[in-house]
Design a protein around this ligand. Structure first.
Ligand SMILES: [Zn+2]
Ligand SMILES: [Zn+2]
Length: 376
């Protein structure tokens, strides 16, 4: 963004007096003050722009530089990236003290660092492993959790009743301390208050002034029926407790469902297979299959069922997690091939084979016998 002329920003001429500059800035600062324009980016920009102009023009040295060299001259020696809100309130305390009174000014200037301010606790993630039958029927699981909970000794205040937090004397509430090394200015986290901006002279002995303590908990979680692999359950407020009365984070339970030997989930359908004898496939039959939860389902294998055919038992699959209803249970037909037959069964099967004209001569091989048929 092109920087506007500082005199223009304050609506003044180049010959304006120090009093005029101050008065003009006060007017703009009041107009665009963030307390009066909450969440207004444009007002914030105007507020900053005015502050920057005032910072330069209210300082005789900087003003002289600016008058001679423009923005380059004024900002060149000062780092020139504009000021943040805290700088503005800190630097122009006299102005804001006048406008908003000492009380409001104090709070504004220190902002969040003035004392313990509530902060939301972290979200936590826990993994949970389920079997497919557990996912099918739903299950209650105990989850062990190491998390922050509000300190009960001090009711989450971090200090006994009546005690107060004080602004850190090292950093004056900023949480950061600056130091100069050569021409550079550095800032680092204040060691005295660990960046909090305040100190508690008489902290709660249980939480050491942290307002919360870390402990193991066991949480019993009801996993709903139909839960799928990769699902994430949100348990509101069961993450880390907030600090100084902030809201608690959430606990996310990430669900893993192990594959099952007999059953397979496909969307909300449940697939399994059933092994039938050749005559059962040919003639059809009625029989029971066991569902994944142990319940019996009666199925009808119709006459002339092919291997791989899907027998559908409606609404006996997974419960839908969203909405109502269930998927289907799908039973896939397989054929049982016996390795050993009784002599009589073998004789009858050969007769049957001869009857329908298929060759079963193992020693000759199927390909040879196939060609023999044509050569004969
Ligand atoms: Zn400090
Ligand atoms: Zn405590």
């Amino acid at each position: 963004m092109e920087k506007r002329d500082y005199y223009e920003v304050l609506g003044l001429s180049k010959s304006a007096t120090a009093e005029e500059i101050k008065a003009s800035y006060r007017k703009l600062a009041m107009k665009y003050h963030p307390d009066r324009n909450p969440d207004n980016k444009e007002a914030e920009d105007k507020f900053k722009e005015a502050a920057e102009a005032y910072e330069v023009l209210s300082n005789p040295e900087k003003r002289k530089q600016y008058d001679q060299f423009g923005h380059q001259g004024a900002m060149g020696g000062y780092g020139g990236q504009g000021m943040d809100m805290n700088d503005i309130f800190r630097n122009f305390e006299d102005i804001f003290g006048d406008i908003f009174g000492q009380q409001g000014q104090q709070q504004r200037r220190k902002g969040k660092k003035a004392g313990p301010s509530p902060k939301r606790g972290h979200d936590l993630v826990k993994e949970i492993n389920l079997t497919l039958p557990e996912a099918f029927s739903g299950v209650k699981k105990d989850i062990k959790l190491y998390h922050f909970v509000p300190c009960t000794t001090c009711d989450g205040r971090g200090m006994p009743k009546g005690a107060k937090a004080h602004e850190c004397s090292e950093c004056h509430g900023a949480g950061q301390v600056g130091y100069r090394h050569g021409i550079f200015m550095y800032s680092q986290t204040c060691q005295a208050c660990h960046g909090e901006g305040f100190t508690i002279s008489d902290p709660c002995p249980t939480c050491k002034g942290q307002s919360r303590v870390q402990q193991y908990d066991t949480i019993n979680v009801a996993i709903p029926q139909g839960i799928f692999d990769g699902a994430e359950l949100r348990m509101q407020g069961l993450g880390d407790a907030g600090v100084f009365g902030g809201s608690a984070g959430d606990l996310y339970i990430r669900v893993h469902v192990a594959p099952d030997k007999k059953f397979k989930r496909v969307d909300d359908d449940l697939e399994c297979s059933i092994t039938l004898t050749y005559p059962q496939l040919v003639f059809g039959c009625q029989l029971d299959v066991e569902n994944i939860d142990g319940t019996k389902e009666s199925i009808k294998v119709k006459r002339g069922t092919a291997v791989g055919e899907r027998i559908i038992i409606a609404h006996k699959g997974f419960h839908k997690v969203r909405g109502s209803g269930r998927g289907d249970l799908i039973v896939i037909a397989k054929c049982h091939i016996p390795k050993n037959l009784s002599q009589e069964a073998e004789k009858l099967l050969k007769e049957y084979s001869d009857l329908i004209g298929t060759s079963t001569q193992e020693e000759e091989g199927s390909i040879t016998s196939f060609f023999k048929k044509f050569l004969r």
